[in-house]
Design a protein. Structure first.
Length: 637
């Protein structure tokens, strides 16, 4: 009897099996050590409080949809939850919450839970403007002083109509149309920024479904269409730009729409999140569009006052770089974007959520880290390299809002993600995977889609993520350790130092279930620097540059886009900009927050502030500030 062939065959199988096991091991994410878990548990803790609905809802937890979309009614009903943290009552703290609850389709303003009953909660009522609750639904709430009168206004955006400005009269909120004529838009993202450098606050509106569609009209006779590709879809709603036109308190807010700003592919993407931040130091904000079903876009800002010009830029691909990991060339499902300096080089990096669900659709999240060559933007090159995989931030689940913030004030940013899509009992991932590889010519027809209706599940039991950087340089998810790990179907995340105690708190908007506020009970927090950067009112533009400890005491409005660089004791930098509403459906406070680590009470740090004044002139001031809250009034030099 000859045993050699059998032995040889067994040896080959052993090699193959070993190779498979090795490949599997190499694809698994490393786990945090026991010491890391104990350390994080000793540093972080969040106390959860439900955000009380403004009004109960006894109706079905689904939307009425176009008859052509009834087979995917849960998919269509999967967005709308939103949350913003802001100072609506003018008490100097971002302790007010604007909440969009899909269970009652209302936008409400109320005190943050556990901050006292300072006023009665109210709803933003569109009346007397046209609003049909059967065919329209709110999607987001953007706080901003839209007429520079020192009071917080709100821009509400919707599916089924154009956005509405709610202007604060001091005795309620008066609705006004943003667009000059009524249209059916399907907006899922909006932000504010001084786009053209004239010193005035402008608006960017990102739409999803095609303009004029009848997505929420149960009596529609014309069928609606979905995206024409899973990776290169350019048949979505149009992106809209509005420049502010000399608004003053006496005349309300006035905005002029500017057409023809973007090329066709950039203009008609399926946008779910927008980010605006100055990435090259000229105090003009670049724009990042996180797009579903196709490439995200980074646009270099080359505008001048009254004239918008944005040029798409793309990352360079190296031999070992997958095509979809190159900035501007991905084929993923962008749903959230935020900015933060992850490597302390003084340049903002870009954190983007996609779908990265294991054993389902594991694409990748992005962490585009700057190469430092910011001048390359002028040559059409995006100077960023994706570092999400080596840093442990590439995978989680079906993710939406992405947030970078320092929650324990050690000077190192944490990363937070909202996750989940549709909760049910029947797993529909196999059918979705089939659809994802279907012919693009079939995709616009909803009748060939998988069933996504009541009872169906797609990542419905995922938990939000809370990534903390470990001593080995990687980020690990510790949501379950710090009190954020319960399964939720989440959309928006907002952050702010709500109670003024020096650490950042979190609000999370959930879809078709309770939303929550998480008070930060940091157990081992370092020192922090909180800055309220504000312009004087238009009637007081000759007032001097001034700094004082504590919250604002003079009327003013947030200096959206102002940039701050802090030099730490070790010579490294921390940078941030005043956020005008970046992301999907969560809006952080406009206050700027820095963790300073173990800075002694009697020491201070170098702070450099750069901004455009209300006339569009670039300004710079350098200060020495100690830990605590400070108001900086950006007046004349």
């Amino acid at each position: 009897m000859r045993l050699e062939p059998v032995i040889r065959d067994y040896g080959v199988k052993s090699v193959v099996l070993s190779t498979i096991l090795l490949a599997f091991a190499l694809t698994r994410l490393p786990a945090a050590s026991t010491a890391d878990v104990a350390d994080v548990a000793d540093r972080f803790s969040f106390d959860r409080h439900p955000i009380r609905p403004f009004a109960p809802s006894d109706g079905p937890l689904l939307r009425s949809v176009n008859p052509s979309l009834r087979g995917i009614v849960s998919w269509i009903s999967a967005v709308g939850a939103a949350v913003a943290l802001t100072d609506a009552d003018g008490d100097g703290l971002p302790n007010d919450i604007c909440h969009v609850d899909p269970r009652n389709n209302l936008i409400s303003i109320s005190p943050v839970p556990e901050t006292g009953d300072r006023y009665r909660p109210l709803a933003l009522d569109p009346a007397p403007l046209h609003y049909d609750s059967d065919t329209m639904a709110p999607m987001g709430c953007l706080p901003a002083d839209l007429n520079e009168d020192g009071r917080m206004d709100f821009l509400a955006y919707y599916w089924g109509r154009t956005p509405i400005l709610f202007l604060n009269s001091g005795n309620g909120f008066a609705p006004a149309e943003l667009a000059p004529r009524p249209e059916r838009w399907y907006t899922n993202a909006a932000t504010t920024a001084d786009l053209d450098g004239d010193g005035r606050l402008d608006l960017v509106i990102g739409n999803y479904f095609q303009d004029g569609a009848r997505i929420l009209d149960a009596d529609a006779l014309t069928p609606d269409r979905m995206q024409h590709s899973m990776s290169r879809a350019y048949n979505g709603g149009s992106t809209r730009f509005f420049l502010q036109q000399g608004s003053r308190p006496a005349t309300g807010a006035s905005f002029r729409e500017v057409d023809g700003v973007l090329g066709e592919q950039e203009n008609f993407a399926w946008t779910l999140a927008i980010g605006a931040a100055d990435l090259d130091g000229d105090l003009l904000p670049e724009l990042y569009f996180a797009n579903d079903f196709g490439p995200d876009r980074l646009l270099h800002n080359r505008s001048t006052p009254g004239r918008l010009q944005f040029v798409p830029v793309h990352g360079d691909r190296r031999f070992s770089t997958p095509a979809s990991k190159v900035l501007g060339k991905d084929s993923f499902k962008g749903m959230g974007v935020d900015f933060g300096d992850m490597n302390h080089d003084g340049i903002l990096d870009i954190y983007v959520s996609n779908i990265a669900a294991e054993y389902a659709l594991e694409e990748s999240h992005f962490l585009f880290v700057s190469t430092g060559e910011t001048a390359a933007l002028s040559d059409g090159v995006a100077p960023y390299t994706d570092r999400s995989e080596p840093l442990g931030l590439s995978r989680s689940d079906w993710s939406w809002e992405s947030r970078l913030a320092d929650f324990d004030n050690d000077g190192v940013l944490e990363a937070v993600q909202a996750t989940g899509f549709v909760k049910g009992t029947i797993d529909r991932w196999p059918e979705l995977q089939e659809l994802a590889i279907a012919n693009d010519e079939l995709l616009p027809r909803p009748e060939v889609w998988l069933r996504v209706a009541p009872g169906d599940d797609l990542s419905g039991r995922a938990a939000n993520r809370f990534f903390v950087k470990s001593a080995d340089g990687r980020y690990y998810d510790f949501a379950g350790v710090v009190g954020l790990g319960s399964p939720q179907v989440s959309r928006g995340i907002a952050t702010a130092d709500v109670d003024g105690d020096g650490d950042l708190d979190i609000a999370v908007a959930n879809q078709w279930e309770d939303s929550y506020f998480y008070r930060n009970d940091c157990r081992r927090c370092g020192a922090s620097l909180g800055l309220h950067l504000r312009h004087y009112l238009p009637s007081a533009t000759d007032r001097p540059f001034a700094v004082h400890r504590g919250p604002p005491v003079l009327p003013g409005f947030a200096a959206i886009g102002a940039s701050v660089r802090v030099t730490m004791r070790d010579g490294s930098y921390r940078v941030a900009q005043v956020d005008g509403g970046n992301g999907h459906s969560g809006k952080r406070s406009t206050d700027v927050h820095f963790g300073l680590g173990s800075l002694p009470d009697d020491e201070s740090v170098d702070v450099e502030i750069r901004w455009r004044d209300t006339g569009g002139v670039a300004r710079l001031r350098r200060l020495r500030l100690g830990a605590g809250r400070h108001t900086v009034m950006l007046g004349a030099d």
